[in-house]
Design a protein around this ligand. Structure first.
Ligand code: RI2
Length: 332
């Protein structure tokens, strides 16, 4: 047990997410759901109200592991909404609700990635040369499905500094049999003229269809637009952000400067400031389509997915805003 009474297994999962030992928006969502299930299993009390309060605390704790990928809070909400709406007669029954909801989210998420692969492969044509950025299991799923249909001739994989997730993609694609060329990030425009489609993943999709993904994605999209190369984003619907409907911005995670240069260099050059933002925003005009498990949509249709999947939560968020305003007005 940690100081806040959060069990060790849950603390470990959150730490693994925070340190990026578990990474990738889909994986951290599944790990988040698992962290809640572990917390429920480890709970020893028998007071139902205490259990519900405890789970709310755990939910907040897990959600705060990383700020940008909305898949994490959406996964946590998926479980917590089911708990809040349930009417368990005992702690044991409430635990069951949490464990079952976490399991069903994890199953849904894995199936969604596979479905995205099958759907996305339909947009890939024979002989296509692709470019990708970072490591996205959803994007890899599209490329591997298309390759298995004999469609892809080559994939340019960007290294993706500073954490080099491109190397994970390069290995995954080459293990699946694809012809892979690993390239430095700075060469994106140089190679773009040999490419005819870009396929990337997403951490968060905003209501206006903007895609928040690993830093450098917007530059790939920019170079693609200049070269008239199509850009596809592979993303499960739990990567769509309900709070962006009311105009909230997506926080961009900034990580340790030591991911860019080592400690010694920092000590020798204390006058140099270092910034390490790890995501950027690609505007909808730079994206041709978003491949979700529910279908392929233009980025401008992101709001439709959000209203279908999160309509009630969005309504609640909006009502809360209005209620706060009314309270303010009463106080004036
Ligand atoms: P999947 C990753 O973030 C990358 O930005 C990747 O494009 C995105 O998550 C989606 O990944 P990070 O955790 O869910 O490496 O498609 O910072 O695997």
């Amino acid at each position: 047990m940690s100081a806040e009474g959060i069990p060790e297994k849950t603390v470990r999962i959150r730490e693994d997410i925070r340190k990026m030992i578990i990474r990738g928006a889909g994986k951290i969502a599944r790990a988040g759901a698992q962290a809640l299930a572990e917390a429920a299993k480890e709970y020893t009390g028998d007071n139902l109200k205490d259990f519900l309060n405890y789970m709310e605390r755990v939910a907040q704790y897990v959600t705060s592991a990383r700020p940008t990928a909305v898949s994490l809070p959406n996964a946590v909400s998926y479980v917590m909404i089911r708990l809040r709406r349930s009417t368990p007669a005992s702690v044991e029954e409430a635990k069951e609700v949490v464990i079952n909801a976490a399991e069903s989210f994890i199953t849904y998420s894995k199936e969604a990635v596979d479905r995205i692969g099958k759907l996305g492969a339909k947009r890939i044509e024979n002989g296509d040369v692709l470019m990708t950025h970072c490591h996205s299991t959803a994007a890899v799923s599209v490329m591997v499905h298309a390759f298995n249909q004999g469609k892809i001739s080559k994939v340019y994989v960007k290294e993706t500094r500073p954490k080099l997730q491109g190397l994970i993609t390069a290995k995954a694609l080459s293990d699946a049999g694809l012809d892979v060329v690993l390239i430095p990030d700075s060469s994106v425009r140089y190679f773009m003229k040999r490419v005819n489609k870009v396929v990337v993943g997403a951490d968060t999709i905003a209501a206006n269809g903007a895609v928040i993904n690993k830093i450098g994605t917007s530059l790939v999209a920019l170079a693609a637009k200049e070269a008239r190369v199509r850009v596809y984003v592979a993303a499960e619907t739990y990567k769509f952000s309900p709070r962006t409907v009311i105009g909230e911005l997506v926080p961009i995670e900034e990580r340790d400067p030591r991911e860019i240069v080592n400690e010694e260099w920092i000590k020798r050059n204390p006058q140099v400031r270092i910034y390490n933002p790890v995501f950027d925003v690609t505007p909808p005009e730079y994206i041709d389509a978003i491949i979700t498990e529910k279908g392929i949509i233009p980025p401008q249709a992101a709001i439709l997915i959000l209203m279908e999947d999160y309509g009630m939560s969005i309504q609640e968020i909006m009502t809360k805003d209005i209620e706060e305003l009314q309270d303010d007005e009463l106080r004036e």
